[in-house]
Design a protein around this ligand. Structure first.
Ligand SMILES: Nc1ncnc2c1ncn2[C@@H]1O[C@H](COP(=O)(O)OP(=O)(O)O)[C@@H](O)[C@H]1O
Ligand SMILES: [Mg+2]
Length: 322
């Protein structure tokens, strides 16, 4: 979106910082205003975030030329460069990176309203020499307003299908995370709108990681893991399969409870289907005079139930209910 400079802050001991300059190239005044709004949003958003995996915002400045956002300098390389230079990464390294990304995503998604990053990809993640992953480029992340018009942000290969229709939601970031991990494991940019199977390109990928990535990149949001925390928990389990001595930190995720919840959801879905069938069958019938007979007990179990509830309520209140 602009130019990114490595700079020195002469007011603060010449410390290194990064200046992102967004030029006012657009002749059209409306387009210029839109651009300024995007930049101000980036600055505002960064100002209130505080996480070691998110670049720190220092200042912003607007001039005739355009807008400048000043942030801390993150040493190291972005993950796209890392893969270009060093080739694809092994499962363990990708699991470590994924766990850190989930921490940041969980932090953003827990904001009120949730912040959806919406542009997760290797070039927007810096890998510091100490192994810390830092999200940069908050140009298009914004507060999540379910009813507001969504700004469409598409990066082919990393964007989830629903983002093409301008419907971002937190699980879209999980899609992009899956696509990012695929890229890191294979060195190949993911195919747009296709669930990723990194194992097809790199047979050394751990099967559990392959399966998690495929689920994250499901077309259907409901088939993706429910949250960044849930993805992180699965990544921790994979990490533990490599290092059995590793103790999975307390994440507030109870695996048995999750399974039970899933079973209950399936049961509820089943019974909802039954109820629908009954409702269909329980359409009001007409009596011999053509009047609607709402409580035709003879027809279906559904109507009998309605009648029973009325009777039961009547007994309770001592009143006859029509
Ligand atoms: N704070 C930072 N510290 C170090 N490098 C950065 C920083 N911000 C951006 N970069 C580098 O500049 C590149 C482009 O910056 P980014 O904010 O992603 O802009 P663009 O809108 O062009 O994608 C990043 O991929 C990263 O390599
Ligand atoms: Mg970028």
């Amino acid at each position: 979106m602009g130019e990114v400079y490595l700079a020195e802050d002469t007011l603060h001991d010449d410390r290194q910082c990064v200046v992102k300059k967004i030029l006012n190239e657009k002749k059209d005044l409306n387009a210029q205003i839109e651009m300024i709004k995007i930049c101000q949003r980036e600055a505002e958003l960064l100002r209130k975030l505080n996480h070691r995996g998110i670049v720190k915002f220092l200042d912003d400045h607007y001039s005739e030329e355009g807008l400048y956002v000043v942030m801390e300098y993150i040493p190291g390389s972005n993950l796209e460069e890392v893969v270009q230079k060093e080739g694809s990464l092994d499962s363990e390294t990708v699991v470590r990176i994924g766990i850190q990304c989930c921490d940041v995503l969980e932090y953003l998604h827990s904001e009120k309203p949730p912040i959806i990053y919406r542009d997760l990809k290797p070039s927007n993640l810096m890998l510091r020499p100490d192994g810390l992953v830092v999200f940069v480029d908050f140009g298009i992340a914004r507060d999540f307003e379910p009813k507001g018009p969504a700004t469409r942000v598409i990066t082919s290969g990393y964007s989830p299908p629903e983002q093409y229709f301008g419907q971002p939601e937190p699980r879209g970031d999980l899609y992009s995370l899956g696509a990012t991990m695929h890229h890191l494991l294979t060195g190949v940019r993911p195919k747009p709108l296709t669930p990723c199977k990194p194992m097809h390109l790199n047979p050394n990928v751990l099967p559990a990681l392959d399966s998690l990535i495929t689920r994250c990149t499901s077309h259907e949001k409901d088939e993706r893991p429910p949250s960044a925390r849930a993805v992180q928990f699965e990544l921790f389990k994979i990490y533990k399969s490599i290092h059995p001595e590793f103790e999975i930190p307390e994440l507030g995720i109870d695996e048995d409870a999750e399974l039970e919840l899933e079973e209950r959801k399936q049961e509820a879905l089943q019974s909802a289907r039954f109820r629908n069938m009954n409702l269909k069958a329980a359409k009001p019938s007409k009596d011999s005079k053509g009047r609607l007979n709402e409580f035709d007990d003879t027809e279906t179990g559904g109507n009998t139930l309605v009648a029973k509830i009325r009777q039961w309520l009547g007994n309770l209140t001592g009143r006859k209910l029509d």
